[in-house]
Design a protein around this ligand. Sequence first.
Ligand code: NAD
Ligand code: ZN
Length: 350
Amino acid sequence: MSIPETQWAQVAESVGAPLQFKQIPVPKPGPDQILVKIRYSGVCHTDLHAWKGHWPLPVKFPLVGGHEGAGVVVAKGSLVTGFDIGDHAGLKWINSSCSECEHCRQADEPLCPNAQMSGYTVDGTFQQYAVGKATLASKIPKNVPLDAVAPVLCAGITVYKGLKESGVRPGETVAIVGAGGGLGSLAQQYAKAMGIRVVAVDGGDEKRAMCESLGTETYVDFTKSKDLVADVKATTPEGLGAHAVILLAVSEKPFQQAAEYVRSHGTIVAIGLPPDAFLKAPVFNTVVRMITIKGSYVGNKQDGVEAIDFFARGLIKAPFQIAPLKDLPKIFDLMEEGKIAGRYVLEIPE
Ligand code: NAD
Ligand code: ZN
């Protein structure tokens, strides 16, 4: 397979600087890395946070973003045993971890203090060729379409992990807040596949239609509801509130509100990362209603295997739109305005 010296990429020179669609060198895989010819890359809200410098964690610049990259292995380092040339592979948010620290030893590699993140601390998948540590890359079966599986590599794994972390059981009800976005659309499908009932919370009729098509039982529109807490509770069995709340929204308010409509003994899982936001809940109610509030951050290797397996078995069908790599700036504009129902997937030029 011939690998060029240069390639097309979307590059940000500094925080918030206009993206440049330009030619840059093709990276060479290190001894433990694979080089993946990216065919499709999902666009996650995290990519927008990275480019805008929203979080208290330094970003590499110049930056090639992207961490939902699906493609074909075209080269590998001398130590790589898990992949052959021609295999289909996914590059994810956790690009590498140290394998030595206590977190890595316990298969919590996202918590590794030396982890490198695709499209954040190392270049990601908004380019034709990207590298990642082979042991953290995902294997994608050859019969799985690379465009539809791309969003699973971050959004799917993250919400699947979040649902597991919530402890919600089959037959119980989860409120998915930000249900109309990329993570939210996949969360509805994973919940359904796991036998969990869904109350979808988001804004606007386009997202309502999408959520209903995904099989959600009820949709609460945060832009129209006069009493969101009452409206969510009213949709849950006996009006007692949701057994779990999965917070995927990109604004702070729902992070403060969830404690009011979660069921007693229920769990709130924060996944969305709005800038400068705080989780706040009344101590009294948290104690006497025995509420758990926790965070959840992507997933480990096994979560990745399981989430892709759900997809490969045909259980996960979330809507996505395809756009060429050069259109990334337009997609970021739409995302910032909250206008994307589901996910955009970039088609990377051959
Ligand atoms: P997205 O833009 O596709 O979706 C966000 C959705 O939230 C939109 O549909 C928007 O309308 C909705 N929303 C905004 N305010 C709301 C409100 N008050 N109530 C209900 N819904 C509201 O974004 P995404 O790609 O799905 O990512 C969501 C968030 O998750 C981002 O902050 C992203 O960085 C974060 N994220 C976290 C992890 C993790 O591991 N914890 C992984 C991936 C993404
Ligand atoms: Zn992501």
